[in-house]
Design a protein. Structure first.
Length: 180
């Protein structure tokens, strides 16, 4: 897997052989960041269910000011840390290892962009959005980006977020939310 654009274009991220993650494809990442364009410049980002860290590292490559990563798997956290060291971005980032919902409840920062890519079989994607809302993790003009199966509906009636755009790439949907 490689970074598709920006200052770290071409950097390879090698996944451990025995991993069961489903990384965001290069095509989808490229489309996502082409959509975001300059909206990522000088912004803070939280990458939840980071996996390899490719989405957050892509944001750094496109001049995000900082990215915090949340990942449950210790081996993948080590991979993200080593990639951040390799590109000399370890001072502007935090890698948090543990359960996403538990860690979200402990954060005391606000982010401009929050990206969440839970496993496709993750039971309650609404809980992620609800926790972000309840613990006020999003800046007032920020956005939440949720990656999920294109045929999966998110119950937005329980939230004070509004989906304002979505894009479909094969069986993947990227949904964009803002505060109501």
């Amino acid at each position: 897997m490689r970074i598709t654009s920006g200052v770290y274009k071409g950097i390879n991220i090698k996944l451990p052989k025995l991993t069961s993650i489903r990384p965001t494809s290069e095509k989808t990442r490229m489309a996502l960041f082409n959509y975001l364009d300059d909206l990522i410049v000088n912004k803070t980002m939280l990458d939840i269910f980071s996996g390899s860290g490719a989405v957050g590292i892509e944001a750094l490559s496109r001049q995000a000011i900082s990215v915090d990563f949340i990942e449950k798997d210790r081996q993948l956290c080590n991979l993200i840390q080593s990639t951040l060291l390799r590109i000399n971005e370890h001072d502007s980032c935090n890698v948090l290892q543990g359960d996403a919902i538990s860690l979200l409840k402990k954060l005391d920062l606000k982010y401009d962009i929050i990206f969440a890519d839970p496993p496709y079989d993750y039971a309650n994607k609404e809980e992620i959005l609800s926790t972000i809302e309840t613990f006020e993790l999003l800046n007032s003009h920020g956005m939440v980006i949720l990656e999920h199966r294109s045929n999966q509906k998110i119950n937005e009636n329980v939230l004070n977020f509004q989906m304002y755009d979505s894009r479909i790439y094969g069986d993947t949907q990227i949904s964009f939310y803002k505060k109501v």
